[in-house]
Every structure is written in structure tokens, then in C-alpha cells.
Write a protein that binds this ligand. Structure first.
Ligand SMILES: C[S@@+](CC[C@H](N)C(=O)[O-])C[C@H]1O[C@@H](n2cnc3c(N)ncnc32)[C@H](O)[C@@H]1O
Length: 221
């Protein structure tokens, strides 16, 4: 296995709000695309999109393990993005970037059609109260919007430690005719289907406490 460099910057030191309401006024303006060919060393590499990347540790590691891919993290809590970019620059990783945006309204302003080959949505905020479910990042509209930026053959990887949240995400992708659940409609993906990966911060936290992770794997055609 390749080695992973650890940054000197302390990820834990960033002070941020615990949750941000993506339906709030402040987050309704779509984020414009940067000049991607100056952001990445080679913009033609396959792109993996991590929606709700928080501190960005998962793609920080994946970018080092899979230099043949570009990784982009989208996060609505801006201070986390500034710190993640500082780390990316410290480690001179030209296949990794982070953007402050609301993933529910910015995907098509950010990315060209048929560009993305992998999407990860991992441990999204559960917003437990029924009246707040509309704040969850995975909505039928997000699934539809993804079809505008995905390349046919792209893979969608979903994880949550909250069973109803995972069931809902799987339901929304199952309901769209262009996505195929590799475990079968309505089913969670076992480890023989879910690809090997570095655990995310929340995944590691869950595993350390003996919790269960509910996963889904879809392909887009
Ligand atoms: C519980 S954290 C999980 C972080 C990470 N994926 C992990 O597995 O450790 C969910 C993250 O999604 C972000 N988020 C929630 N809604 C979002 C949205 N609409 N657009 C972008 N990021 C969002 C939150 O700010 C938070 O950092």
C-alpha cells in the first residue's frame, strides 16, 4: 500500500458551526466554476466528487492513494474548506481540491456535463426531525441533477450510520431509471460490493464505537 503523508496543519483546530441549514438565505447563490485546468495538474483525469466532505480527510488520503484520479470535495461550512485547501497546498497535491458550496444548487454551475466518474456521499447530516428532512443533502432533485454531470458508467457510493437515512438515499437512487443498485433494489451493499477505501472521519468514529455502517453502490447509465 502507498504511504499517506499527514499534514502539519491541525485539522481539529478549525472552529466551525456544527450544522448549517442549506436552505438558509446565505446558501442559495450557486457557486461559479473556477478555472479547472489551473486548479488541477491534469483536468483530464477521472474526477471523483465527495459531497459533504467536512474536513476533507477522506479525499486527502484517497488523492494520495489514487494519483491517477482527481478528487473534489464540496462542503457548505466555509472555514473547513479554507483549512482543507491550506493542507492540499502544503502537501502539493495537484489532484485534489475543495470548494465551498451548497451541493444542492451548485453542481451544474460547477461542473461540465458528463465529467464526473465517481460520487461519494458519506454520513450526510441526518436532520432527524421530520420537518427538517428537507435539509438532507440527498433529495430526488439532487439525484436528477447528478445525471447532468455524470459520465455513463459512473459509480455512486453512499454510506451512513443512520439506517433510515441510508434507506432514504437508496430509495431515491433506486427510483431513478438511470441508476442501478448493484446489491439489488432496496438492498444495502456488503463489503464484497463496496470498493476498498480509506474510512472517512465519521466512518472511523462509527467503527471505533462498534456501530454499523449502511452502504449503497449504484452505477449510472
Ligand atoms: C456528518 S458530516 C460527514 C462528513 C464526512 N463525509 C464524513 O463521512 O466524515 C456531513 C457534512 O456535509 C456537509 N453538508 C451538508 N449539507 C451540505 C450541502 N447542501 N452542500 C455541501 N455540504 C453539505 C456538512 O456541513 C457536513 O460537513
Amino acid at each position: 500500500m502507498k504511504s499517506i503523508e499527514q499534514p502539519q496543519i491541525n485539522l481539529a483546530k478549525v472552529r466551525v458551526r456544527e450544522h448549517v441549514n442549506p436552505l438558509g438565505k446565505k446558501y442559495q447563490e450557486p457557486t461559479p466554476a473556477p478555472d479547472w485546468s489551473s486548479v488541477y495538474g491534469d483536468w483530464s483525469k477521472p474526477l471523483s466528487l465527495d459531497i459533504g466532505c467536512a474536513k476533507g480527510g477522506y479525499i486527502l488520503e484517497m488523492a494520495q492513494l489514487q494519483p491517477e484520479w482527481n478528487f473534489l470535495g464540496l462542503e457548505i461550512r466555509e472555514p473547513l474548506v479554507h483549512r482543507a485547501i491550506a493542507i492540499q497546498q502544503e502537501l502539493h497535491l495537484d489532484n485534489l481540491y475543495y470548494l465551498f458550496c451548497n451541493a444542492n444548487n451548485s453542481l451544474t454551475s460547477l461542473l461540465p456535463p458528463a465529467k464526473v466518474q465517481q460520487v461519494t456521499i458519506q454520513f450526510p447530516d441526518p436532520w432527524f426531525k421530520r420537518r427538517q428532512h428537507k435539509r438532507r443533502v440527498v433529495q430526488p432533485e439532487l439525484v436528477e441533477t447528478l445525471t447532468k454531470i455524470l459520465m455513463p458508467g459512473a459509480q455512486i457510493l453512499l454510506q451512513s450510520d443512520i439506517q433510515p437515512v441510508s434507506i432514504e438515499m437508496i430509495e431515491y437512487f433506486d427510483a431513478h431509471p438511470r441508476f442501478t443498485n448493484l446489491a439489488g433494489k432496496g438492498q444495502f451493499a456488503d463489503y464484497d460490493i463496496y470498493p476498498p477505501h480509506q474510512p472517512t472521519e465519521r466512518e472511523q468514529w462509527t467503527i471505533d464505537r462498534g456501530g454499523k455502517v449502511y452502504r449503497g453502490v449504484f452505477t449510472y447509465q
